[in-house]
Design a binder for this molecule. Structure first.
Ligand SMILES: Cc1cc2nc3c(=O)[nH]c(=O)nc-3n(C[C@H](O)[C@H](O)[C@H](O)COP(=O)(O)O)c2cc1C
Length: 326
């Protein structure tokens, strides 16, 4: 897999990003069959063996699809959390190498080891960052793409404005930049390209599709919420992340006790106070994009719509630009 081949297999430049407890084979297969990149975190299965079962399911699903279709599905990606807190990452990487996973998305450590292993079979490595410092480290490790996770993103969000972070990364990195953080429509994908990115990265939008593993009450909360309902705090997981306010209240959190990001010391990581509630399972993460998400379509319906919006938006931009090119 090289970037040129990836581009040939995409309808629109979009990666449905990996989400803990949300992305599984059904979502990945549906994304790839609709010619956008589908992905999932290896830790969505409890063991490396179970993770490998999902990989096989996805590979077989794509092979069957490609044999019976006039078009080739887009490649899939696996997210590896490369950090000492994930003792499985080396074993999971070995399984990815064995199955020649086309794209590996790394978060936290941009280990040169991962890049070497994945390049050995011709795969691509995209690394996600929230700061220029970590982007430089990833560039030095030889990654093929840097994912700029900007402010307003679901999960462990960055806090930097996307214009600033994309511009800073582009100044020293001439390979692919993937932009994430509150992107929800085809118009947003067009805007990402205009800003200097090569691909859009969407998480929250794909919580609300029929093929996601998110419970219906979580999806309904996203439909109901606007961006002011998103709380950015390090107190839930120990790292700044965005959560839906009603889910924190339901888990018993005192919102006034939550730490605010930006301090040198984030403050205490608090367990969900209500008996029987668990972080991520009951505290639901979403980005600022929830404000414009008001449905739960199938992936096919969503990608058809986004392709249309993407093309219309590019055309509108060309028309607007004409006013200034005389
Ligand atoms: C519920 C949820 C779980 C997530 N889990 C992961 C994860 O396991 N690994 C990862 O790299 N990113 C994870 N993310 C972050 C996304 O991959 C992506 O960076 C983010 O969703 C993009 O912003 P958006 O949600 O505004 O589109 C998660 C995001 C959400 C909303």
């Amino acid at each position: 897999m090289d970037i040129a081949t990836l581009d040939q297999q995409l309808r629109i430049p979009l990666i449905a990003s990996p989400m803990f407890l949300v992305s599984g084979p059904e979502l990945v297969l549906s994304c790839c069959q609709n010619n956008i990149v589908g992905s999932f975190p290896s830790v969505n299965r409890r063991t490396t063996e179970e993770f490998e079962e999902w990989l096989v399911e996805i590979k077989v699903g794509l092979k069957t699809y490609n044999e019976g279709s006039s078009k080739t599905a887009a490649p899939y990606a696996v997210n590896l959390v490369v950090h000492r807190t994930n003792p499985r990452w080396k074993a999971d990487l070995a399984v990815c190498v064995k199955h020649e996973v086309p794209i590996i998305i790394t978060s936290l450590g941009a280990a040169t080891e991962v890049v070497e292993a994945v390049h050995s079979y011709g795969g691509l490595v995209f690394h996600d960052v929230t700061t220029p410092y970590h982007a430089r480290k990833a560039a030095n490790a030889g990654v093929d793409g840097i994912i700029a996770v900007c402010s307003g993103a679901g999960g462990h969000s960055g806090a930097t404005n996307p214009f600033a972070l994309v511009g800073e990364i582009r100044a020293f990195f001439d390979k692919s930049i993937i932009l994430g953080g509150a992107l929800s429509s085809g118009k947003d994908i067009a805007a990402a390209l205009q800003m200097g990115a090569d691909y859009a990265y969407m998480g929250t939008r794909f919580i609300n599709v029929q093929e996601s593993m998110a419970p219906r009450a979580y999806q309904d909360m996203i439909v109901e919420a606007d961006s002011s309902q998103i709380i950015y705090t390090p107190s839930v997981t120990g790292v700044p992340a965005n959560f839906l306010r009603p889910s924190l209240v339901a888990a018993g959190y005192d919102l006034t006790a939550l730490g605010a990001p930006g301090k040198v010391n984030y403050g205490e990581k608090l367990k969900p106070p209500k008996e029987g509630t668990k972080t991520w399972v009951d505290t639901w993460s979403a980005g600022h994009g929830c404000g414009v998400i008001d449905d739960i379509p199938t992936v096919t319906q969503l990608v058809d719509r986004m392709e249309e919006e993407f093309k219309t938006s590019l055309e509108e931009t060309i028309q607007k630009a004409k006013k200034y090119t005389n």
